[in-house]
Design a protein around this ligand. Sequence first.
Ligand code: GLU
Length: 306
Amino acid sequence: MNYQSILEKIYDEIQPFANDGKQADYIPALAEVNPDQFGICLRMLSGETYELGDADVRFSIQSISKVFSLAIALSFEGKELWKRIGVEPSGSAFNSLVQLEYEHGKPRNPFINAGAIVTADVMITHLGVEKAEDFFLNFVRELCGSKDITFNDKVADSEQSTGYLNASIAYLLKYHHNIDNDINDVLHLYFRMCSLEMNCRELSSAFLAFARSNEPFSHAGVELTISRVKRINAIMSTCGFYDEAGEFSFLVGLPGKSGVGGGIVALYPSRYSIAVWSPRLNSKGNSILGMKALELFTTETRESVF
Ligand code: GLU
């Protein structure tokens, strides 16, 4: 299959939507990003890479970091983790307080903010507050093969100083005894992980580790069995796209995760991973061009898990 020409065709076909939506601005530093950028990178497990546009421009991965923190927390806690976090789609906004209150402080899944705040807490319990950030960075650096990816202090500080809703979530979790460590330490780690910057090439490389689903996962001290990687992919499939996970599955048909920085990464187990980035978001928080491009990709290639 000529993947490069498929990517080029997709690029042309998404142009009518290029001015729809706008970048996230509730984190002030993200509002400064040029919204008119688009990059895509496909990496096959067999070794080939195909890319187009701004595939080497780094951006804030935001909620995509939740997949990495889940992998770390699951490797430390095993199935005990599921006593503190559920595995059901939330059907509500990623930063909803209402559901968390109804459900007595047990987040619906690890990919809404409440769930990722709990995985950050687990990381601090096992690694200590000093080492948790470096452990995370080292892990993602090893997964993607770039030693110089790093946190964006400006984005992290910008979110920390305006992150009242995430702070409310953390206090509610603490009230329900679902945070063991100091709330400020947990939130600080959470915001730092969200501010990590990577490009499409690096993200697709990192997610090849999850696509390589028929061998145990062992990277930088994070060990997961085949069955645990399968579960992470399953949660990506049902919960990876805020309350649009059903729509993404319907249109694209791949497990994946999006972030409000405009990135989306998706994978086809045992075959490929694909990352796409464009900052303009729809009302649910997903990249408009990113979703369109992936929908066209699985349609053109007829390669999706369904
Ligand atoms: N740091 C963002 C927040 O907590 C992540 C949101 C996202 O990408 O879904 O609001």
